[in-house]
Write a protein that binds this ligand. Structure first.
Ligand SMILES: [Zn+2]
Length: 97
């Protein structure tokens, strides 16, 4: 039988794990046509939640935003990219309003 670790230390590690591996809630299939995406130029997609910019490669004509660690800064993205606007996904550049 291995000796269990003292409880306080275990609780501390659990807390650390919880706070350092916060995943962004935005993930899944994007409602962008793969053809439109490939024709557009920019391959980066900005997360509407934490503003992370991630390169997406369509697979079987599906664009998927896989789960990832939440972006820690709120610095606006400025390079050309896909972003979710009021009318859906669109290519924009410069800081988002
Ligand atoms: Zn995000």
């Amino acid at each position: 039988m291995p000796t269990p670790e003292p409880l306080p230390r275990k609780l501390l590690e659990d807390f650390k794990t919880m706070t350092t591996t916060s995943k962004c809630s935005f993930s899944g299939v994007l409602e962008i046509s793969a053809q439109r995406f490939l024709d557009s130029g920019p391959q980066g997609v900005e997360c509407p939640d934490c503003r992370a910019l991630r390169a997406i490669t369509p697979r079987n004509s599906i664009l998927r935003y896989s789960p990832y660690d939440r972006r820690k800064t709120r610095t606006p993205q400025t390079e050309p990219r896909w972003a979710q606007g009021e009318a859906g996904w669109e290519v924009i550049s410069g800081a988002k309003k």
